[in-house]
Design a protein around this ligand. Sequence first.
Ligand SMILES: [Ca+2]
Ligand SMILES: [Ca+2]
Length: 421
Amino acid sequence: MFSYTSILLTALLVVGSFGQISGQNPAKYSATKGTSRTLQKGMDFPDFPQLGSSKINRSITLPSVIDNSTQPYLRPVFQQTGASCGQSASVAYNFCYEINRLRQLPSDTISNTYPDHFTWNFMNGTLPYYGEGVSYFHTFDILYDAGNPTEEVYGPITMDDSYYWMSGYEKYFSAMHNRISGANSIHAGTPEGLEILKHWLHNHLEGSEVGGVANFYAGVPDYAHLPPNSPEAGKAVITTWMPNASHAMTIVGYNDSIRFDRNGDGMFTNHLDINNDGVVDMRDWEIGGLKFINSYGNWFGDEGFCYMLYSSLAIKYGQGGIWNNSVHVLFPDTAYKPQLTIKATVKHNKRGRLKISAGISTDTSRYVPDYTMDFSIFNYQGLDYYMAGNKNPDGKTLEFGLDISPLLSYVQAGRVKNSEP
Ligand SMILES: [Ca+2]
Ligand SMILES: [Ca+2]
């Protein structure tokens, strides 16, 4: 039998301290964490709360083409190492773009760009999938709980090490300042949903001058090329996706006029029932598409970019459409500053058997905190490796920091609140 350990780090407001406590006496209440997901209207699988058409500023007339790859906030195309596509798309492209847009920083230097392996390495250690892909839904939880260090702090995005965990409180503390306040989905499989997505790409649904980017999951087939009589002729285009959503990518723009003759009738149409289901809808469209950036390197598509037809947003998932017919957008929080943190050093030779929790109490005589919180990192992750993910003797020890500010909501003026939150 394996033995698993739960470590509870306790912050005492009077005397800062932490200790190891058995989980026999649970706290009154555990703080919630992470981003919420539920079954959303029009979707087959649980998803993030949807952005609706009420967010659209109707006084804005959309242009026929938007290309945010020209913005300084999109980092250069890179080739992912390991099966980290979910984190390449969501952290290295999406999060990096969105947080640097708010800070008006270019994504061309390691002090402003974000590696994909900080989040991937915390989540890829789950048997039997070690080293395989991790849904960016999990990544959003880490971006929400712990933030993400820059490449300057963590290491370069070219680092090919699926075991490495960062050590050093100051590094984790810096990561806490690069985080999201939430994530949303846009159901893009209808003309109305596409309109919401286009407004996001154009003006962030807030009338801003710089538009956003969005993530999605799909199975990548060989791409085709836009025909000579299409705008962007010769550029790569995906007309339908493979059945399984095995890859994450990032939408960076749209073009209402690119076209591809999917049914080979010699015409480009949006008004004919080309899939012969008796109705004419978005799934029949041959005109219009999105531009996305991939993490396969410059060899893919056009220097790492590719188009995808609007119809592939609407076609049912599994039959050529994207996962859940939805895309995902992030809201970085550049104003956030941690109010209370824990600095901890843990020595262990099998990190996957550890779970770190934090608790708070104003009564220093108590061994059990009044309130606790869990984290999306250090949560039975990383398998039977040393804490740092290497075989070096000193790799057993890891120093890290955790943001426990949410626990402050349970105390007031140095005293634990009387009422349950
Ligand atoms: Ca046609
Ligand atoms: Ca049809």
